[in-house]
Design a protein around this ligand. Sequence first.
Ligand code: NAP
Ligand code: MG
Length: 483
Amino acid sequence: MADLERMYIDGEWMLADGGATFDVKNPADGSIVAKVVNGAGPDIQRAVGAAHAAFREWSVLAPKDRGSILLRIQELMQERRDELARLVTLENGKPFEEAKKEVQFALGYFGWFAEEARRMSGEWIPSPQPGKRYWVLRQPIGPVAAVTPWNFPATMVTRKIAPALAAGCTVVLKPASATPLTALAIARITEVAGLPKGVFNVLTTNRSRLVGAELLTHPLIRKIGFTGSTDVGKGIMEAAAKQVTRLSFELGGNAPFIVFDDADFKAALEGAVAMKFLRVGGQSCICANRIYIQRGIAAEFIPAFVDAVGKLKVAPGFEPGAQIGPLINEETRAKVHSLVEDAVKHGAKLVAGGRYLTDDKYAKGFFYSPAVLTGVTDDMAVAQEEIFGPAAPLLIFDSEEEVIRRANATKFGLAAYFYTRDLARLVRVSEQLEYGLVGANDATGYTHEIPFGGFKESGLGREGGREGIAEYTEVKSVVVNLG
Ligand code: NAP
Ligand code: MG
């Protein structure tokens, strides 16, 4: 019998109203990792009520004091890093070594925003009239509803709650139903760190329609922070229109990865393999989705890429040396495979992988052999859609102007990468890519210090950086009449 995990509301570990539960499964072997309580309507009301009640006291605490608690959370996450990483691998499937890196990165958001909380200063603006003064201040926006996906069970949570708590907001988090265990473990840490009750609540549920109807549109919720698919985001935006709830969205992507003839060959090759395959096996919103190779280098680059992909180790996450774990579920694996098959049907060539792995240790999990497709064209579904898995479409281009046009021809705008040794080109291309994150000779993604978010249908607002905390504040202008 698997453990029963309770949710955390108003400082208490609770069962769900009605007593329902759902299973969290290990995607590597289908085993049940835990049973988790399945929150219902009354639980949502209770969680929002708790966040509302806790808001006043938390919001007026000195930012430095809020920061001290966040630093303590960071410290405890550091102490329990491997324990948290173990949960990440169990519920998400990613290799344990990668999970450790995720948790290490995730905890850093508490440090960054603990410090930023102290810099939420306002302005004193000169008035054109004598006898008046203008005073502009930032105030925490109020109780926040945060909804997160399964691909980074730790980072997606801390990237939202650290800035919200630092700003003085309270939070009701609804983690992905595939990966609630890491979120609950983080809640336990916030409890030990002394975060007052009601400030951070974790509502576990797989009833996402109910979450849309009762949590996200609750009149006491002042802000929604959502990370997930563009389609779900659009539905939330429509629902939020009724009360003009503030929104921050981190949505889907379709990242171009461009290799110019004059690139540092080895760096571009390693970057492309890493950004395509080594972030949750391609299940990341910033993963390379279309790899554009300039014609002059293609004959050399493509075989080297295929060779490198052939050496990647697909294995259950706890197996030493594992580089690519299982996909999260069968639906995701089937979608990746159908995109590969569709490309082949339309004239692309499958030159590596691209099949279900089903023998022995793979038998009960959602494993897929890393695929490489050549002869891909922009109109194929594999280039148009977010693949979200271990398949690499390779495309050829001739000129800089052409590749920029093709790279930008998508409704998405989250991340883009390119490799060149020409400094003037590096500046030109960086400026012309319509993406929120551009890796110029770099494929390591974002950090705590920089704002991260998408152009176009990839999102609204920014997480991380100075901007990350501003998202959880309202700006107030006070007009002072000295009489
Ligand atoms: P998803 O289906 O949109 O789910 C994300 C979260 O929303 C989950 O907690 C989910 O709950 C919940 N949800 C689903 N339907 C809902 C509804 N109608 N109302 C309210 N909440 C709802 O996304 P996913 O499939 O888990 O994740 C993959 C997507 O996330 C990709 O498109 C990826 O690009 C995007 N993503 C973006 C970023 C970024 O930073 N831009 C980062 C990571 C992922 P359940 O778990 O119960 O379904
Ligand atoms: Mg989904």
